[in-house]
Design a binder for this molecule. Structure first.
Ligand code: ZN
Length: 167
């Protein structure tokens, strides 16, 4: 298949096809060293760009090395990823024309609520983040819980102050 990496209008470098691709085709394998989630922790704390891919078992992370790692995210992608026999494939979600940039939805998860993963794909249904919808809901909930905890702590402090004044 005629797959190339070149600068992308979406972000940094992107992956393009110079020939049409049929829906369902296995285009690229997501390759790289495999690490455990624990081993990965903090490894890239100071780097903005990482190419980590979490496998279905939730504990194996592929530290992307190779073309597939350069495939960008959009909220309306022409590819998807699928795990087949312990390998990750980037597959065509629809027929793709020559010259198109390949993209898939990163559906990031397990994010820190202070971490931002903004999406600038600019497509009509852009959800403005690369986090999955489930993850966005989870983070909103965590944020609400944190707010509640802070509010409760504030009320407690006020009460203590009032009690101290009475004494
Ligand atoms: Zn988007």
């Amino acid at each position: 298949m005629a797959i190339i990496v070149k600068s992308s209008s979406l972000h940094g470098a992107g992956v393009y096809t110079t020939a049409p691709i049929k829906k369902g085709a296995h285009i690229l394998e997501y390759t790289g060293p495999r690490l455990t989630a624990k081993a990965c922790e903090g490894m890239y704390a100071d780097t903005e760009v990482t190419y980590l891919f979490a496998m279905d078992d939730g504990d194996t992370i592929i530290d992307g090395f190779g073309m597939a790692a350069f495939v960008n995210h959009t909220c309306d992608p022409n590819c998807e990823t699928d795990q087949i026999d312990n390998r990750i494939w980037i597959m065509a979600l629809r027929d793709i024309g020559a010259g198109e940039e390949l993209t898939y939805d990163y559906n990031l998860f397990d994010g820190d609520i202070d971490e931002k993963a903004p999406c600038y794909c600019g497509l009509r249904n852009c959800r403005r983040t690369m986090f999955s919808e489930e993850e966005v809901a989870r983070q909103k909930k965590a944020l609400r819980r944190r707010k509640k905890r802070r509010e409760a702590a504030r009320l407690r402090r006020e009460k203590e102050k009032r009690a101290a004044r009475k004494r």
